[in-house]
Design a protein around this ligand. Structure first.
Ligand code: SF4
Length: 176
């Protein structure tokens, strides 16, 4: 049983399946999540797989603020996920309500409705920030489960932090 438990834990770290839920944001964060999954940054190299049902997911990526209207729906979707389950709030809206904070009917961030494991702030956060958040979350999960991510995949290295380059026009360009 101990061996099987450890095998399942290793599998969860090596291939976390994620479900994406927008509770009412502007879609800016959603586009950045897609960019993180695309081949340039390739979040899938960590085994991350986007799935269409919360019943298949280990991690829920949440974007947007939580309103009175969406709260019970978000809670119902969270309840459909199997244990152990984790939630990542992506973007300022999901972290705290962001630009919608204080608006009528807005409760605040995702943690006003369900437990949140990790926060990735920004409006919207860069794909590299989402990568960094995912890496940090996997490290925490590995620590909880007593598994070393590097033991599982030697190429499992922390994504480089984005640098900023000032071009001749003075515009700032993120190098990811
Ligand atoms: S954090 Fe910014 S980009 Fe993301 S949903 Fe809110 S307003 Fe849109």
């Amino acid at each position: 049983m101990g061996f099987l438990r450890r095998l399942v834990d290793k599998a969860k770290i090596k291939s976390p399946w994620v479900f994406h839920f927008n509770s009412g944001g502007c879609n800016g964060c959603d586009i950045e999540i897609i960019a993180a999954l695309m081949p340039r940054l390739d979040l899938e190299r960590f085994g991350v797989k986007l799935v269409g049902s919360p019943r298949h997911a280990d991690i829920m990526l949440c974007t947007g603020p939580v309103t009175e209207q969406i709260k019970p729906r978000l809670q119902r979707i969270y309840e459909q996920m199997a244990e152990p389950k984790y939630v990542v709030a992506i973007g300022s809206c999901a972290c705290s309500g962001g630009v919608f904070r204080g608006a009528y009917n807005v409760l605040g961030g995702v943690d006003q409705a369900i437990p949140v494991t990790a926060y990735v702030p920004g409006c919207p956060p860069k794909p590299s920030a989402i990568m960094h958040g995912a890496y940090q979350l996997l490290q925490v999960l590995a620590e909880i489960m007593g598994v070393s991510p590097k033991e599982l995949a030697p190429e499992f290295e922390e994504p480089p932090a984005p640098t900023v380059d000032t071009t001749e026009t003075g515009a700032e360009v993120a190098q990811t």
